[in-house]
Design a protein around this ligand. Structure first.
Ligand SMILES: [Zn+2]
Length: 236
């Protein structure tokens, strides 16, 4: 039998079900026997299972390059090929259409998935760093700001970038799967922190001066941020 929460109410005239966040709730008027509810639920089992699986797909939008042979690089989906070779390395064939990323893992490596992941991250880091470096130079000159003292790409769980008092900027590696216009927003946001190390009205004014549509970008990150992650292995 399905697990569900039963909510009864006096005003309700009919029985209804709701599937939300993988849980099932049944709404029923007082006086409807539990046995009747469960018989009725049994006839709805297929529909409920369908709703639950549909919602779980919506919840987990992370990229699975090993299964899909694909990774999103900025605005473009790349084909990725994984294999065992003489050395662990990546090769990028950018002129091919679609562009192809070839990732090899040495046969001597014990944890193949971990090595695939290391190689992919190395490739994505190089692409992102290259793009961000270029944009920092352009935006710094437009904003009349001196270049930052350091630039680092790392993996954060809950932030897209950071800036400290020493004018060192850090960006989340996962941005490599975001469109250029969204990365530009994060760049402007962190560069604006070199003037204001807070989220004051003056700070946001500076962001909007050089990136007027910043609300669109923050919304995009809220909505799609989870899908920028990549997952390796078959069990997760
Ligand atoms: Zn900030």
């Amino acid at each position: 039998m399905l697990e569900y929460t039963l909510k009864r109410s006096r005003r309700r005239k009919t029985v209804a079900i709701k599937v939300q966040q993988q849980t099932l709730t049944v709404y029923a008027p007082y006086g409807v026997a539990k046995q009747y509810i469960e018989q009725w639920l049994a006839t709805k089992q297929d529909w409920i299972a369908h709703q639950i699986s549909k919602q779980s797909q919506q919840l987990d939008t992370r990229q699975r390059p090993l299964q899909s042979s694909q990774i999103q690089l900025f605005d473009t989906p790349l084909s990725v090929q994984f294999d065992i070779g003489k050395t662990s390395r990546w090769q990028f064939f950018s002129t091919q259409s679609p562009a192809l990323l070839h990732i090899s893992c040495s046969g001597r490596v014990k944890n193949i998935y971990a090595m695939y992941q290391t190689q992919l991250e190395d490739f994505m880091r190089e692409q992102l760093e290259h793009y961000i470096e270029m944009r920092i130079q352009q935006y710094c000159s437009v904003m009349g700001e001196a270049l930052p003292n350091n630039l680092k790409i790392t993996t954060y769980k809950r932030r897209w970038g950071s800036c400290n008092q020493r004018r060192e900027l850090t960006f989340n590696l996962l941005l490599a799967s975001a469109p250029h216009w969204v990365i530009d927003y994060v760049v402007v946001h962190e560069l604006a922190h070199m003037k204001y190390l807070n989220h004051s009205a003056l700070f946001w004014q500076r962001v909007s001066e050089f990136y007027p549509d910043y609300k669109h970008a923050t919304q995009w990150l809220k909505q799609h941020g989870g899908g920028l992650q990549w997952v390796f292995g078959y069990t997760v």
